[in-house]
Design a protein around this ligand. Sequence first.
Ligand code: GUN
Length: 282
Amino acid sequence: MVLLDGYTLARLKEEALRHEVQALQQTLRFCPKLVVVLVGTDNASVLYVNMKAKACARVGITCVLEHLSEHTTQEELLSLLDTHNHDTSVHGILVQLPLPKHIDTRRVIEAIDPSKDVDGFHPLNVGRVYSNSLYTGFLPATAMGVMQLLEHYHIEVKGRDVVIVGASNIIGKPLASLMLNAGASISLCHILTKDVGFYTKNADIVCIGVGQPKLLKADMVKEGAVVVDIGINKVEGKVVGDADFEGLKDKVSFITPVPRGVGPMTISCLLQNTLHAAKGCA
Ligand code: GUN
């Protein structure tokens, strides 16, 4: 079994991005700027946002954190986004999800200028991915990170049977699009799927991101399968994924660890998207 080491690959990518940011600063005399908006104090969101800000600092991207009270109204949030949309010194805007219940997430995502939507969640960017017309726009960072990780380890996707467990807008659906665009046959399982094992048992590659520790067990995959674990859960103070790593590790050919698998790749892809936006490519 080979570990899909997202941590090391992400650090390598960051090094390359740091040089690109430096070159931008020297030639064009400006620094890429990302605005991260966090509403409320959800523990996981605070942690993720801090990780994003630290990663920006490592590569030289300016990160402005707008930390708003959980009582912020939708109108106030939309007005803040409007300000950043019109600020030419801001290249990327990200609103950390989930938002408090009184705010309409769709409205907020649609209010972000698509050319600054570094999460790739705006319907225009979603449509570009779905229709495989990504000469402009952004790929959602987690799905992009999974594809880059597989590519780095020369794991062929074209013509393979891929099962994705979890059909969220953030992970499962964009990943299904990218896999399909890359020539895989896709099964997308979700909360109403009667028998997830029926699908995963026949898969060459299983990607799982549902937030349920140990959901994917050894008897649910075939010998030599590739497992990409996108889950992040806390169990007895330890960070674990959605796959039963100990049970699977002697049966699979490749598997991501959690932590240090897909998570760091997501962050490096966000940085890549921000640089892409700063170069005016989106
Ligand atoms: N919440 C969980 N994952 C993400 C993400 O990739 N982007 C944003 N904005 N919020 C998230």
